[in-house]
Design a protein around this ligand. Structure first.
Ligand code: AMP
Length: 382
């Protein structure tokens, strides 16, 4: 009996456990909160990620360790890795935790990135603005997620306001200034690399964000040339090989015509891959477990067309989705809170037209027309 240990007990851990039960796997989730929603589906150990006694107890009960949450202290990942296999490894995790080191790696690998500069003082902000230009975005290097810890600098006149907003974090988590990309769309590659180096990727997914948080994903992304698809997957492969990555990760990219610019990598299963549960032969969650356990990865082939809609704050009425052909519902079992990811729906169909029809019906039934409209518009473009 193999037990997979997961650091972090959110919806990603929950969906990993749900994917692993048919494979005969046991799970143990470590999280500081007794409320962790993964605890409804798998045994939960309540403890801090930096609590050595908690980590020791956890390590003694599991055969392999993986993550639902990438901001686990690097020292904890290293400590665990001396006792039990940890995938992805602490080095890959460390690179992905810091926007500066991940962007530097992308650049080294020849992957296009927006202009970027590290900033640790007010004077360095001025110097960075001179190099990067405006408009640009200042972000925290570490611990930023879902658009948090970001400030948009439209012109040099905004520099003081940006420093007022984020300057206090310059010495703790560090800051980075990045050129603002006027993208046509945002896409991601969700990819997996096995222990033996075997590499596979799902087709490019298009993503829509609202206030920096993912709202909808469409797979496969429409109007993607073979060359662009191959390039995106090559970028993901380069990153995976350079970091000796094991498991699933997402590479988020901005598209400007045929040009792809890398934004960031997420060293874990990713929200833009949730559609794979119903929309692919092997889901990202199962693929991740297969990878970290050294099992054959299988095929990631798509089943038709899929759109995932995120539910933030509170859950809408499930019937609006369950009544649609190909409608699937995921309630994470969390209590409602403004902006919190509490669930998602996936609509799957054999054709773009059928997917568009199902989205229109679900959008109307749930009064979420604004959320589905960009996806319907994209599908109509063909
Ligand atoms: P991030 O936390 O870096 O993924 O940023 C969240 C969202 O902010 C992205 O999905 C984009 O919609 C937007 N964003 C982040 N960085 C940039 C950039 N350099 N240029 C334009 N938009 C950006």
């Amino acid at each position: 009996m193999t037990t997979v240990g997961i650091l972090g007990g959110g919806q990603l851990a929950r969906m990993l456990a749900l994917a692993g039960v048919p494979l005969g796997l046991r799970f143990l989730v470590l999280d500081p909160s007794v409320e962790s929603c993964a605890g409804q589906c798998a045994p939960l150990q309540v403890g801090g990620f930096d609590d050595e006694a908690a980590l020791a107890g956890f390590a003694s009960k599991v055969d392999v360790v993986t993550f639902d949450f990438e901001n686990v202290p690097a020292s904890s990942a290293q400590w665990l890795a001396q006792r039990v296999p940890v995938y992805p490894g602490p080095r890959a995790l460390g690179i992905a935790q810091d926007r500066m080191s991940e962007k530097s790696l992308f650049r080294e690998l020849g992957i296009p990135v927006p202009a970027f500069e590290a900033v640790s003082t007010r004077a360095e902000l001025d110097a960075a603005l001179a190099v990067v230009g405006t408009p640009c975005i200042m972000k925290t290097r570490r611990f930023g997620y879902d658009g948090k810890g970001q400030f948009r600098i439209k012109s040099l006149a905004d520099a003081d306001a940006a420093w007022d907003a984020l300057g206090a974090q310059a010495q703790t988590v560090g800051l980075i200034v990045e050129g603002f990309v006027a993208f046509d769309r945002e896409v991601s590659v969700v990819a997996v690399r096995g222990r033996d180096g075997e590499f596979k990727a799902f087709p490019l997914t298009e993503n829509w964000h609202v206030d920096g948080v993912l709202s909808a994903s469409l797979a496969p992304a429409t109007r993607v040339s073979e060359a662009m698809q191959a390039r995106a997957i090559d970028y993901a492969r380069l990153v995976a090989e350079a970091t000796e990555y094991v498991g699933v990760f997402a590479l988020e990219l901005f598209c400007q015509g045929e040009t792809l610019l890398a934004n960031e990598m997420a060293p874990r299963v990713h929200n833009s891959g949730h559609w794979t549960i119903e929309g692919a032969e092997v889901s990202q969650f199962e693929a991740h477990l297969r990878a970290v356990l050294g099992l054959p990865l299988g095929t990631l082939a798509m089943r038709g067309h899929a759109c995932m809609l995120n539910w933030l704050g509170d859950m809408p009425d499930a019937n609006g989705v369950l009544a649609q052909a190909g409608g699937h519902w995921h309630d994470y079992g969390k209590s409602p809170r403004a902006g919190r990811k509490v669930g998602h729906a996936t609509l799957r169909a054999d054709t773009p037209a059928a997917l568009s029809g199902a989205l229109a019906k679900a959008g109307q039934a749930l009064s979420r027309q604004a959320q589905v409209q960009p996806v319907i518009g994209r599908l109509a473009e063909g």
